[in-house]
Design a protein around this ligand. Structure first.
Ligand code: FMN
Length: 166
């Protein structure tokens, strides 16, 4: 990916979505302004791939077609201002709250994190499958890497995926 400069807005959870996880006009306008201000690359805030993996109630989602349509609007706004856009995909893991996830949070280990309130449920192979398969529908760009594993905290699985690199 070629950037116009080295100014990168690191992933920042804005909490500017509704409960439906769709990009709102306010969020889209924020990204447009950041790109118009000269930012070369904008990385989205943590974006859940599964409703059960939501970090905050007003977080951005990539778990259904409606949410993907909103993400395209975000990418388009950035592109129109000459910037590039990356999506940070995540699953909340042990940082989750059942009130937001709608169930006991799912994490690799049933270990409570000091600063978070709940003991998560240890994921089994089926649970992991539920988190990983939502990735492919994100329209990978031909001849480009689809996803690269990353790490956020020890108990949170994060993927950075290149998205809408036109
Ligand atoms: C309000 C806020 C939200 C953040 N959200 C995310 C996030 O969603 N994903 C992530 O990887 N980092 C997140 N971060 C971390 C930032 O991307 C950044 O790494 C951190 O603020 C350190 O950068 P700094 O030293 O320039 O402040 C967040 C930081 C802040 C302050």
């Amino acid at each position: 990916m070629e950037l116009r400069n080295r100014l990168i807005r690191s992933a920042t959870l804005e909490g500017l979505c509704g409960a439906d996880g769709q990009a709102t006009p306010v969020l889209i306008d924020l990204y447009r302004q950041l790109a118009a201000g000269g930012c070369g690359l904008l990385i989205s805030g943590n974006t859940h791939v599964l409703e059960e993996g939501k970090l905050i109630a007003t977080g951005l989602g990539a778990s259904c077609d409606e949410q993907l349509a909103g993400l395209e609007k975000l990418a388009t706004a950035v592109h129109q201002e000459g910037g590039k856009f990356c999506l940070q995909l995540g699953h909340t893991g042990g940082q989750g709250r059942s009130k937001i996830c709608g169930r006991q949070p799912l994490a690799p280990s049933a270990v409570k994190l000091e600063q978070y309130p709940e003991i998560p449920h240890e994921m089994d192979a089926d649970d992991i499958e539920k988190v990983v398969p939502p990735l492919p529908p994100l329209r990978p760009v031909p001849n480009r890497p689809v996803a690269m594993p990353s790490s956020y905290t020890l108990r949170t699985v994060i993927w950075l995926i290149r998205f809408c690199l036109l």
